[in-house]
Design a protein around this ligand. Structure first.
Ligand code: NAP
Length: 317
């Protein structure tokens, strides 16, 4: 518990994996005197209300985005990127003087472009992207520890009040994240390589395997431990979220896709020509990248993503 809450009223608009994780973390750390939440559908709002009553992760659930924003010191949009502009328009007349408005969208330039025109001059707009997630979504999927040792990238537009940016940075640091500041355009390029392209590849591979003639569906599932199942986790990510990511980060993704296709052509040529040295050199370089990720603490060293293996002599279920 911190001694004094960092914010009086925090409004979470959207309550899925990210909104739910912020609420759980902020509540258990005492970061806000009051957390007010809302979501698009009555079903989600009802579920959040139940979670609030049972576990105390929110103080109040309201029916509209405008109502949530009313009088809040920090408003975070935890909704799909494509909905951010409309919601900014809806909440704009209800924002308190000096409030901080933020979001958690996986794309930044398009979100800034969609939201900024609606936000009044006397509020502080500090867009954010916590680079943390799982393939699950919905109000039950969040957990307080999601952001620990993950990066949260802030992309404040030029001229944003430095104190407001620092206050939001401190909020994320208390939730366990490391904070970095960059421009929205640079963010989108970096994330196109590290997140958007890998998701597109996973969506492609899993779709291709499903359509393969000569290999049955049941064989794909049965022998999936050969590498395929690790792609299926990524390809199970939320369809709405990822549709919006590719629609709104089109240019950076297409640029990276061009690079990827060139590299794929090189590997294809090496296989066709039987060029073992080229393949070996390439795989040696990629193995070093994995080790680097473990070294800087962005993943565990445990083999096979730490999956537990059955003991010898026990029967498979
Ligand atoms: P999620 O679990 O699907 O939750 C989305 C929430 O937004 C739901 O509560 C939904 O309400 C609500 N919503 C949708 N449209 C809305 C609107 N117009 N007004 C108010 N609420 C609305 O999604 P998530 O994974 O938390 O992702 C939310 C954002 O975080 C996205 O922008 C995504 O890019 C970003 N992000 C996601 C991850 C990840 O790994 N999932 C990681 C980092 C950042 P209903 O339930 O009623 O539909």
């Amino acid at each position: 518990m911190t001694s004094e809450p960092m914010f009086r009223k925090v409004a979470l608009i959207g309550f899925g994996l990210i909104g739910g994780s912020i609420a759980r973390g902020a509540k258990s750390l005492g970061l806000a005197s009051e957390i007010v939440a809302t979501a698009r559908s009555p079903q989600t709002r009802e579920r959040v209300r139940e979670l609030g009553q049972e576990f105390g992760i929110v103080d109040q659930v309201v029916e509209t985005n405008a109502e949530a924003a009313e009088g809040a010191d920090l408003i975070i949009l935890c909704i799909p990127v494509g909905a951010c502009g409309d919601v900014a328009k809806e909440i704009a007349p209800h924002l308190k003087h000096g409030a901080i408005v933020s979001d958690v969208g996986s794309v930044k330039a398009a979100v800034v472009k969609a939201m900024a025109p609606y936000l009044p001059e006397d509020i502080h707009f500090v867009p954010a992207h916590p680079v943390a997630g799982t393939e699950n979504s919905g109000p039950d999927s969040g957990f307080a520890e999601l952001f620990i040792n993950r990066w949260c990238i802030l992309t404040p537009p030029e001229g944003t009040n430095a104190e407001a940016t620092e206050k939001l940075a401190a909020f994320w640091r208390t939730l366990g994240a490391n904070v970095e500041i960059m421009t929205p355009e640079h963010h989108d390029l970096v994330l196109a390589v590290t997140s958007h392209l890998p998701h597109l590849i996973a969506y492609t591979i899993v779709g291709t395997a499903e359509e393969l003639e000569g290999v049955t569906q049941s064989e794909v599932l049965k022998f999936s431990a050969g590498g395929f199942r690790d792609f299926t986790r990524i390809a199970a990510s939320d369809p709405t979220m990822w549709r919006d990511v590719f629609l709104t980060n089109k240019d950076a993704v297409l640029e990276m896709l061009g690079e990827f296709q060139e590299d794929l052509s090189k590997l294809t040529r090496a296989i066709r020509r039987g060029d073992g040295d080229a393949l070996f050199d390439h795989f040696t370089r990629t193995r070093a990248i994995r080790r680097g990720i473990v070294q800087i603490g962005q993943d565990e060293a445990a083999p096979d993503f730490g999956r537990r293996h059955k003991q010898l002599g026990t029967k498979a279920e």
